[in-house]
Design a protein around this ligand. Structure first.
Ligand SMILES: N[C@@H](CCC(=O)N[C@@H](CS)C(=O)NCC(=O)O)C(=O)O
Length: 209
């Protein structure tokens, strides 16, 4: 299996960490959707990161769907709790983290891809508000009950919240102050120390195995 995409993408990184936690062997190819557009297009004409090239050559995309496939391969090992109440909380937190991630990426694209005269301040304000609301909701939930952060105990909410926090702090540090999100920050600091996170650091490197 090959994971295609750069680890500066939180979507790629959550897959890279999840595949390791699920004990699934894979090769990582750090191809950029921007600088490496033509190379990426030869692998997946839609040019979406992450792309997972399966053993039979099938290209999967979308981090959540790739992780669903990985979960099926890894069963009975799983990063999703089986009990319904725990599963509901995990899904709630993943949804919040992915919404924060999407809003953060939208701000990056607005600022970096659009010429300054075409940027629309009301849109950025709206997206920043949505990002703030998602982070505040995660913080409230983690302050109520922390998430596990050991390699054996961390679940998909723990992985995604930590990866997204790292990304938002790298991209929009002014919207992700540690003192305003102490529970989320503390969780992410612990998670980032796990081998599976350290093997796949945010940036342009390749997953260490
Ligand atoms: N919902 C998708 C989002 C993936 C996504 O938007 N990836 C970005 C990189 S961070 C990408 O492929 N951008 C290139 C493009 O959309 O043209 C997922 O969970 O994988």
């Amino acid at each position: 299996m090959q994971l295609i995409g750069m680890l500066d993408s939180p979507y790629v990184r959550r897959v890279a960490v999840s595949l390791q936690l699920l004990d699934l062997p894979f090769e990582h190819r750090s191809v950029s959707v921007f600088r490496g557009f033509d190379e990426f297009r030869r692998i997946n004409p839609v040019v979406k990161a992450p792309t997972l090239l399966c053993a039979d050559g099938t290209a999967l995309m979308d981090s959540t769907l790739i992780i669903e496939y990985a979960e099926a391969l890894a069963a009975p090992r799983s990063l999703m709790p089986a009990a319904i109440a725990a599963r509901q909380r995990t899904l709630q937190l993943i949804g919040l983290a992915l919404a924060a991630c999407e809003k953060s990426v939208q701000i990056v694209y607005e600022r970096n891809l659009r010429p300054p005269e075409k940027q629309h301040a009301p849109w950025v304000t709206r997206v920043q508000g949505q990002l703030g609301a998602a982070l505040a909701a995660i913080e409230a939930e983690l302050a109520r009950a922390p998430l596990a952060y050991t390699s054996a105990g961390i679940d998909q909410a723990g992985v995604t919240c930590a990866v997204v926090w790292k990304f938002v702090r790298a991209m929009q540090p002014e919207l992700a102050a540690a003192d305003a999100h102490p529970a989320l920050h503390a969780h992410a600091v612990q998670a980032e120390q796990l081998r599976e996170f350290r093997n796949a650091p945010h940036g342009d490197g390749v997953v260490a195995r």
